[in-house]
Design a protein around this ligand. Structure first.
Ligand code: ARG
Length: 446
């Protein structure tokens, strides 16, 4: 995004205010693989981390180290056994793990400490904390093979992490854990990040992926994941072998972690492309994001309007009123009639509305003010709102629904309405029929 024009900059900056307010003081756990660290662009990611920290987001960074460990093992000419894709960490391998993880850890801490003038890090002064936050236990024996120093998370030291976050530090966690017996265990980044997010009851768990699908280079990723999935949708996606096996192993694993985290108290899990510069900012500070977001429940709902929806409804209908598509209603009238309205909400933003005005003497009702945000037309939202209004009408004993329209006659005909004359309108409505507007009158028997 190139923001050259001052007005664009100003409106863009204003548009992120709600996110800044929502995210301040919240815990985000961000997991990324070792591949990312070696990339020259990693420093941009660090700049974004700095930005988030400066906005008061409490950050826990969990890094991986797989390629670095592999390199170290190769250098030492050590071969390790794997069982079901899990590496057996024997004492010699553990030595390599400690060396590579330690090196990465310091490199990240160094990047987070930058403060060069004329860079986004100027005046940053980020405090980085790390420690024995992860308590681990051995993975155990699989198919008769003891995985030795390969382990899994047993417990997260929540209090220690929280007190560091409260003091304003960014917490940096390695994929290593310690046991009460004083041993070190080699863990996976995914396991550590997920368990940490769950234990901290984090607002968000964010994973950065390297490749989305199997057999393709990052540049030609074809099968994008949906922008948004519920836990149920994620489970059925993984259940469909044909689709799931097209996804990279990394992304399959992230999705499994997402299911686990969202079933526990983590509100949202985000999967984003590590190759896109500023992806994390685009994901966090825009309504639709850029990656895939998993949440327990769907974020979209049709419901009765409330008084605090008035602003959102006005924003939606004002452009249509200006074009003469809808009859002008002021804020006051809307406030008085808010009980007649329903809204289609997506993640706190009103994308559509409609109203039902009953005429009880004639057992009929007027469907009015049906509007969908221009960016969200042609997704079937109008149909959904209509269905909702029809059900509402039926439950109120309304037998016929009518609508006055100047622009959408065909849409209504396609949805079961037929054209009639103003003479068919309920008496009270006839008196108000605006002959200048010459709206078409359409009617539907329920
Ligand atoms: N920016 C919002 C958030 O961080 C919404 C992101 C939506 N992202 C998506 N992939 N659908 O919660």
């Amino acid at each position: 995004m190139h923001i050259n024009i001052p007005t664009e900059f100003v409106s863009w900056f204003r548009s992120v205010t709600p996110y800044i307010n929502t995210f301040r003081g919240k815990v985000f756990v961000i997991g990324f693989n070792g591949e990312m660290i070696t990339d020259a662009k990693f420093v941009h990611f660090i700049h974004d981390i700095n930005l988030l920290a400066s906005l008061g987001v409490r950050l826990v960074l969990v890094h991986g180290a797989r390629p670095q460990i592999q390199l170290r093992l190769d250098e030492s000419q050590l071969k390790t056994q794997t069982v079901m894709d899990i590496r057996v960490t024997d004492p010699a391998a553990l030595q390599c793990v400690k060396e590579s993880v330690g090196r990465i850890h310091h490199e990240i801490a160094a990047l987070l400490s930058m403060g060069l003038p004329n860079s986004p890090m100027a005046n940053a002064a980020i405090k980085v904390s790390s420690g024995n936050f992860v308590i681990a236990c051995p993975y155990g024996v699989i198919h008769g093979v003891d995985l030795l120093h390969t382990g899994k998370v047993r417990k997260i030291n929540v209090q220690a992490i929280t007190s560091n976050l409260e003091q304003g530090s960014v917490v940096l966690i390695s994929p290593l854990g310690y046991s009460p017996t004083g041993e070190i265990f080699n863990l996976t980044m995914e396991n550590v990040a997920t368990e940490t997010a769950i234990a901290l009851r984090a607002e968000k768990l964010i994973f950065l992926w390297d490749t989305l699908t199997q057999h393709t280079s990052p540049a030609e990723e074809k099968m994008p994941l949906p922008r948004e999935m519920t836990v149920e949708e994620t489970k059925s996606l993984l259940g469909e072998k044909k689709i799931a096996t097209q996804l990279s192993e990394e992304v399959q694993l992230f999705l499994q972690c997402a299911i686990k985290a969202c079933e526990m108290p983590v509100a949202r899990v985000h999967l984003i492309n590590r190759h896109t510069d500023g992806a994390i900012l685009q994901e966090l500070f825009t309504h639709h994001g850029i990656g895939t977001m998993i949440s327990k429940e769907t974020l979209q709902a049709i419901r009765k309007a409330r008084i605090d929806d008035v602003g959102g409804i006005l924003k939606l209908i004002e452009p249509l009123e200006a074009e003469g598509i809808l009859v002008r209603r002021g804020r006051e009238l809307l406030e008085i009639e808010i009980d007649r309205f329903i809204v289609l909400e997506h993640d706190g933003i009103i994308l559509g509305c409609a109203a039902l005005y009953p005429f009880s003497e004639e057992n009929s009702g007027e469907l009015a003010c049906l509007a969908i945000h221009r960016d969200y037309r042609n997704f079937g939202h109008g149909n959904r709102l209509l269905k909702y209004i029809e059900a509402q009408a039926a439950s109120q004993g309304i037998h016929t629904l009518f609508v006055l329209t100047t622009h959408a006659m065909h849409w209504f005909i396609e949805h079961g309405f037929s054209v009639t004359t103003p003479a068919d309108l309920p008496k009270a409505k006839q008196n108000f029929y605006n002959y200048q507007r010459r709206s078409k009158v359409l009617i539907k028997h329920l």
